[in-house]
Design a protein around this ligand. Structure first.
Ligand code: ZN
Length: 260
């Protein structure tokens, strides 16, 4: 049977849930520039594909991936001023995710994974989880457990060394660079404009933020460090390492009593 929640009928879902709730993975993406070579939906395509691979191993379901996220930031995403970046205010985003979490739990889907593909979402997903648990507790819906991560946090030192034989500059500057480009070359090769992969120097940001955003230090490509070292083979190494590790982590994360 499919792992995609929205491809099930309510009857099929009801049957699955009665046997004990399946884990439901909610991929959280964005519509954000990813340089001249990767599509605006990269932060959705990546977690959605990885989540499906995790679900196939574990019996989890994948909820429809969120196509919009919190605003792109200059130091981690190049900034929200590039054409095509369409983002949500934090309050809108938090309440959207909170509402989805609450309705899933109200229907007995009490094991939920926030599978983040866009760094800027992270604390707003935390807030949404906190508000959802508070609302559910007030309604008497108990036993919900929410697990949250960015898939990149599962990359081991060995995989990192394979990605960056000369050393990693920083994960923030990896926006649309070696890791994401490699994974997209492996997972969604038809969406990569390989001849456009940029090879520029890394962005040099001051140790503070400025509002309104100072676009001066942002590379004109929107890519924060060189992507020239990307390859489909590196993407395969990442995917084949993180998918089983995430699957194993979810088993552990959901095996203890949520009240314990
Ligand atoms: Zn990205």
């Amino acid at each position: 049977m499919t792992v995609q929640l929205d491809a099930l009928t309510w009857v099929e879902l009801d049957r699955l849930t009665r046997d004990g709730p399946p884990v439901v993975i909610l991929p959280a993406g964005s519509l954000e520039q990813h340089g001249p070579h990767l599509p605006l939906g990269t932060d959705r395509f990546m977690p959605a594909r990885l989540a499906a691979l995790v679900a196939e191993r574990t019996g989890a379901l994948v909820a429809p991936a969120l196509p919009y996220g919190y605003k792109s930031q200059p130091k981690s995403g190049g900034g929200n001023h590039f054409p095509g970046c369409a983002s949500l205010d934090a309050a809108t985003y938090i309440h959207m995710v909170r509402d989805i979490l609450c309705d899933l739990a109200r229907h007995g889907l009490t094991k939920i994974v926030l599978f983040d593909g866009h760094m800027e979402n992270q604390w707003f997903l935390t807030e949404a989880a906190d508000l959802a648990l508070r609302a559910l507790a007030a309604e008497g819906v108990v036993g919900t457990r929410i697990v949250k991560f960015g898939y990149w946090t599962f990359i081991t030192p060995e995989t990192e060394a394979a990605l960056f034989p000369d050393g990693l500059l920083s994960w923030e500057l990896e926006h649309a660079a070696v890791m994401e480009t490699s994974c997209m070359l492996h997972l969604c090769p038809d969406l990569v404009r390989a001849e456009e992969i940029p090879d520029g120097p890394p962005a040099a940001f001051p140790p503070y933020d400025v509002y309104p955003v100072d676009t001066g230090p942002i590379p004109p490509t929107g890519v924060l460090s060189s992507a020239a070292g990307a390859s489909a083979e590196k993407g395969r190494i990442v995917v084949e390492q993180v998918v089983p590790d995430i699957a194993a982590a979810l088993v552990t994360a959901f095996q203890t009593d949520p009240q314990g």
